[in-house]
Design a protein around this ligand. Structure first.
Ligand code: G16
Ligand code: MG
Length: 217
């Protein structure tokens, strides 16, 4: 059966969580709310709107809808100033290796990200041309763990969802892949991503043999 490989962006291809952290911390602190690395972890894979809602809940603050919109825009401007400095060196270890193997085996490859900044980031790190389809936060209305982003990617690739393999670093993203009936590969810690079909610390742990097995099974 024809397979399709879908990659999450933040935490899988590049580590932008550190930039989200700086931008959210500035915003939270400006509102008198403390913001820790642990809290930032909980925002991985979570949409921008939902992230701000969570921060406000943690800080026991409420905002008018104008203030909310205004702060969302400020956070994004701040975040964009960080990603503006990105280049190829920020691509995580062995991502190129895995993409090259899949290309050599003529496997269709898609991006499935919650980020509305996915395309500019891929452009910055010079990977835009490596994806046959890109689905990001601008294309979907339901956030992970809803499988919409991955199901849309499978449709664009012309591959049955059940024949797709998803690489994800977030709890909600692995859940979304599982709900879609896709093979879920967690990238990160076994403790956090135990609900994935497979978990690897990072792409350096993924061999060509393993990818061949996924292609042929
Ligand atoms: C990413 C990040 C989240 C971020 C979300 C929206 O998702 O993991 O932390 O809040 O995108 O990003 P933006 O503010 O750029 O639209 P993913 O799915 O690529 O891991
Ligand atoms: Mg992610």
């Amino acid at each position: 059966m024809k397979k399709g490989f879908i990659f999450d962006l933040d935490g899988v291809i590049v580590d932008t969580a550190k930039y989200h952290f700086l931008a959210w911390k500035k915003l939270a602190n400006g509102l008198g709310i403390d913001f820790t690395e642990e809290e930032n972890e909980q925002l991985k894979g979570v949409s921008r709107v939902r992230s701000l809602q969570k921060i406000l809940t943690w800080g026991n603050k409420s905002l008018s809808s104008e203030e909310f919109t205004d702060l969302m825009a400020k956070k994004n401007d701040d975040y964009l100033s960080y990603i503006d400095t990105m280049d190829e060196s920020e691509v995580l270890p062995d991502v190129h290796k895995v993409l090259d193997i899949l290309k050599r085996h003529k496997q269709p490859v898609a991006l499935g990200s919650a980020s509305k900044n996915a395309k500019p980031i891929l452009e910055k790190v010079n990977l835009l041309q490596d994806f046959n389809a890109i689905v990001d936060g601008n294309d979907v209305s339901r956030a992970k763990p809803d499988p919409e982003v991955f199901v849309t990617a499978s449709r664009l690739l012309g591959v049955d969802p059940k024949a797709c393999i998803v690489f994800e670093d977030s709890v909600a993203g692995v859940e979304a892949a599982n709900i879609a009936g896709m093979v879920s590969i967690g990238i990160g810690s076994e403790k956090v991503l135990g609900h994935a079909d497979y978990v690897f610390k990072d792409f350096t742990q993924i061999s060509e043999d393993f990818l061949n097995q996924l292609i042929n099974e």
